[in-house]
Design a protein around this ligand. Structure first.
Ligand SMILES: Nc1ncnc2c1ncn2[C@@H]1O[C@H](COP(=O)(O)OP(=O)(O)OP(=O)(O)O)[C@@H](O)[C@H]1O
Ligand SMILES: [Mg+2]
Length: 139
């Protein structure tokens, strides 16, 4: 059954991040849907905090994927697919090595690569209310 959270400020995201990861304890691939500025990167930052990432989390600007390390030296992969022009760019970076690594893969703009997303990916959607005061996060 879907879990639905409403959120008025980024401060509330830590709890939701914990719920997401706990609820899908055996899942490693998470696809974040939401329009530009919905809060995908912000939410991913909170998830990385929860997973004890020690690096600075920011959307990859030049590369498709950023790698972060956790306190226990596990890797986490943060993809921002907004600028990719064709899914074949994923082949060039060897996306399977990331997706099937067993490490967390957190993807912004997964719509760009629907045909490559593994079936087991967890879909998370962030919806901003019309007046912008509230986010609804569903997974
Ligand atoms: N849950 C939230 N509550 C209030 N403000 C938020 C929330 N999440 C994000 N914001 C604000 O919205 C703005 C955009 O957030 P963010 O960069 O995370 O969006 P994004 O979905 O990653 O956008 P893009 O599609 O450009 O990558 C930021 O200024 C951030 O502070
Ligand atoms: Mg972003």
């Amino acid at each position: 059954m879907a879990q639905i959270y409403t959120c008025q400020s980024p401060d509330e995201l830590s709890t939701i991040a914990a719920r997401l990861i706990e609820h899908h304890a055996n899942k490693r691939i998470f696809a974040f849907h939401g329009e530009m500025g919905a809060g995908k990167t912000t939410f991913i930052k909170k998830i990385c905090e929860y997973l004890k990432v020690t690096d600075t989390v920011s959307s990859p600007t030049y590369a498709i994927v950023n790698e972060y390390f956790t306190r226990d030296e596990a890797s986490i992969y943060h993809f921002d697919l907004y600028r990719i022009k064709a899914w074949t760019e994923m082949l060039e970076i060897g996306y399977e090595d990331y997706f099937y690594s067993g490490n967390y893969c957190l993807l912004e703009w997964p719509e760009k690569i629907v045909n490559l997303l593994p079936e087991e990916a967890v879909h998370v959607s962030i919806l901003v209310s019309a007046d912008g005061s509230q986010r609804t996060i569903t997974f």
